[in-house]
Design a binder for this molecule. Sequence first.
Ligand code: NAI
Ligand code: MG
Length: 494
Amino acid sequence: MSEAIERPASGAPPWEYASAPESTDIVRLDDRYGLFIGGEFVEPKSGRWFPTISPSTEETLAEVAEADAADIARAVDAARDAAPAWQHLAPAERAKFVFRIARQLQERAREFAVLETMNGGKPIREARDIDIPLAAAHFFYYAGWADKLEYAFPGRGTPTPVGVAGQIIPWNFPLLMAAWKVAPALAAGNTVVLKPAETTPLTALLLASVVQEAELPPGVVNIVTGAGETGAALVGAAVDKIAFTGSTEVGKAIRRATAGSGKRLTLELGGKAANIVFEDAPLDQAVEGVVNGIFFNQGHVCCAGSRLLVQEPVFDVVLDKLKERLQTLRVGDPLDKNTDIGAINSKAQLDKISELVESGVDEGAEIYQPECVLPERGFWFRPTLFTGVSQSHRIAREEIFGPVLSILTFRTPEEAIEKANNTPYGLSAGIWTEKGSRILHMAERLRAGVVWANTFNRFDPTSPFGGYKESGFGREGGLHGLEPYLSFDGGAQR
Ligand code: NAI
Ligand code: MG
C-alpha cells in the first residue's frame, strides 16, 4: 500500500503548501477584562486577575478577572433581578434579541474565528468553518422557538422558564459551548450566569460585547471568568439550574453538591467512543471518517472516535491507509489555513496526553507517529496510533482527549457491540458498513447517545446530543435541549 505514493526519504508529505497565515489585525484585545455583570464590565470584588495565553505561542493575550463567591453572588443577583421582565416579555420580542445575537455572530464571524484560534489553539479552518457558524446557527435555531414553546411540548401544560441558570463550559469549543448553553436558556425565558473555562475566556467575553450591542436588557446574560473554584461557587450560588460540560470527575462533584438542593441539573461529560469499521465498508471514506473522528480539534472532543474497532479481514489494509493519511496531516501554527492539527489547549492537557501515551507503551501496545517537525514554542502532540491494544489497557479505557487513536479488532458484529459497550462512558459511536440493516442492528445495541453511520462528528442545532452512564444526562440541541430550561404546570415534570 505505502508504495503507492512516492515520498522523500524524510517521510515528509509528497507535496508542500506555502504557508497561508490568517491575519490577526481584526482582533482588538484589551489589556484586561473585568466581569460582565448587569450589562457592563465591572472590576472583580476579589481583586484578582489571571493571564490568558495563546497555547501556540505561549504569549499572554490579556488578563481576565477571577471571580470569587461574592462576585458570583453579584452576578446571580443581577440575573435574578432581570428575570421577571425577561420572562414576561412578549415571546416574539424575546426572539428578536436572540436573533440579533445570531446575526452579530455572523457579521463578526472572522473576528470570533481568529480570536478562538488565538486563545484555544484550534486550526483556523475549524474555527472559521465549524465553531463559529454552528454557534450562530444555535442562536438562530433557538430564536425560532422562543414564541412557539407551547407548540414545542403539546399536552404538557403552560411552559414556564426555570429562572436563573448557572452554566459552566469547557475549553474545547469555547464559543460553541457558550451557544449551546445560552441560546436555549434565553429562548425559554431564563436569565443566565455563564462561566467559561479558565484557558479560553476570550470569545465568551467577546460574546458579552455582542450581548451589549444587541441591547439585551442588563442582567439577562452575565459572564464571569475564573477556574474551578469560581465554577464551584456558581454551583453553590442561589441559581435554579446548573448546566455543565466538562470532565466526569467534576460532573460527579457537581452532582453531589446539588443533590437535595432542588437545583435542576444537566451534565455533558466525557466519552470513549467506538468507531466501528466493517469489512464491507467503503474503506477510503471510512479512513477519512476515522481521521476526522479522532484528529478533529486535536482530539479535544468529548464524542471523539478514540477507539477504532476494525473487522479482522480488513485490519491490515485499514492500518496501511491510516498510516499513509497520517503522514499528510499538517501539524503546527493554527492560524495557518492549511493546518490540520493545531496546538494542544494547555500545558496541563499536554501532560495528561503524554502520560497516557507513555502508559500505552509501558503496557505493551505498539505506537505509530508520523515524522513531523513541531514548532519550538507552544504545546504540541503528534497524531498517534496504537495497535496491539487490549481492552484492559488504560489507552482503551480512559479518555485521553488528544490526537491519539487506540485500534482494536473484532470478528463478528456481536463482538463489536460487546467491545464498543465495554466502557463506563456512553456518549457517541460510529458505524461504517454498506449494509443498511447492519446499521440499524448495531445502532439499536450500542449504548451511546449519538450514533453516526458512515459519517462522524456531525453536528446540527436541530439534533439532540448527550450521553448515557458516566457521559452524563440531559440533552442539548433540538427540542430536547429546550426542555431542561422549562417547567410545565399541566403535565409530567422531569
Ligand atoms: P474540568 O471539568 O475541570 O473543566 C471544565 C469546566 O469546569 C471549566 O470551566 C472549569 O473551570 C470548571 N470546573 C473545574 N472544577 C470545577 C468545580 N469543582 N466545580 C465547578 N466547575 C469546575 O476539565 P479539565 O480539568 O479542563 O480537563 C480534564 C479532562 O476532562 C480532560 O482531559 C478531558 O478528558 C475532560 N474534559 C471533557 C470535556 C467534554 O467536553 N466532555 C471538556 C473538557 C475536559
Ligand atoms: Mg479540571
